[in-house]
Design a protein around this ligand. Structure first.
Ligand code: IPD
Ligand code: CA
Length: 273
């Protein structure tokens, strides 16, 4: 492989999420300091501060690389490398002092993910993988679970409220919750995906998820032996997304088949293990 080594890129991604996490923890007393408040959402000063920290770590190592983050884009001179950043995932949780939130960074070359790191500061866990190194949690190898049926599975999800753009969301949630052992809605998709990679839950799906929510987690899941699928591309940065431990994947897809619109344009992301 020519270019920057995935191992070096991973070191930078891990440093970026750790630095963002340290800043968020040190500033938890400012957790409600809002820049903008929407009907069901909030943008915090800390969302932007964490993105600035992550950008500075990336650009001090790789000044020409591009960055696509929830809090903005930076075009670099080298179009090949793109870093995908969710500076603070689970913003609403964070603003309520609910400890389920994280920082997420992935780096791609020519559209292929080379390395990714996610840090959940309150849990003290860093999830990471690169093309040269296995999926790990705090340096210990991780693997998706061996559970083989939907009926024994825990599934995580997020629910879009725009039901015109995401038809059948409630019907799908009903079908999934009736078929699974339990369905949970935790509020930080990047962290959800890392729970799947660690073998703690069996599946995740969401309609209308952003690229920065899933870029790191989907790579870590594939490196941990799981399977990820883009069910439909809804915009340049938004898709309908499904991830599983692999074993329950076909059963879950079969359950979704009656909801035809959900499966239009499905493509499988390459499995890596
Ligand atoms: C949100 C969370 C949530 C998911 C939403 C995301 P944010 O990200 O990951 O779990 O359901 O789709 O937008 O706004 O907390 O960074
Ligand atoms: Ca997010």
């Amino acid at each position: 492989m020519t270019g920057v080594s995935p191992r070096d890129l991973l070191a930078c991604a891990a440093e970026a999420v750790r630095r963002a996490g340290a800043h968020a923890v040190a500033n938890q007393s400012r957790r409600t300091e809002a820049i903008a408040v929407a009907e069901h959402d909030v943008k915090l000063a800390l969302d932007q501060e964490c993105q600035a920290i992550i950008e500075s770590v990336i650009h001090s190592a790789y000044p020409s690389h591009s960055i696509l983050g929830e809090e903005g884009r930076r075009e670099g001179g080298d179009a090949n490398y793109r870093w995908i950043v969710d500076p603070l995932d689970g913003t609403v949780n964070f603003s309520h002092a609910l400890p389920y939130w994280c920082h997420s960074v992935a780096v791609q070359r020519g559209g292929e993910t080379l390395a990714a790191a996610v840090f959940a500061p309150v849990f003290g866990e860093v999830y990471a993988a690169s093309l040269e190194t296995p999926a790990v949690c705090n340096e210990e190898p991780i693997r998706v679970s061996e559970i083989r049926t939907l009926g024994e599975s825990v599934l995580l999800t997020g629910l879009e409220r725009n039901f015109d753009q995401h038809p059948q969301s409630v019907e799908v949630a009903r079908a999934v919750s009736l078929a699974a052992q339990k369905m949970r809605l935790m509020g930080a998709a990047a962290l959800d995906l890392c729970q799947l990679a660690c073998g703690r839950v069996e599946g995740f799906y969401e309609s209308g998820i952003h690229l920065w929510d899933v870029a790191a987690g989907e790579f870590i899941i594939r490196r941990a032996g799981g399977r990820c699928q883009n069910l439909a591309q809804l915009s340049e940065v938004k898709c309908r997304f499904l991830a599983t431990n692999g074993h329950i994947h076909d059963e879950l897809i079969a359950l979704l088949r009656p909801f035809e619109i959900w499966l239009s344009g499905a493509t499988t992301w390459r499995r890596q293990h």
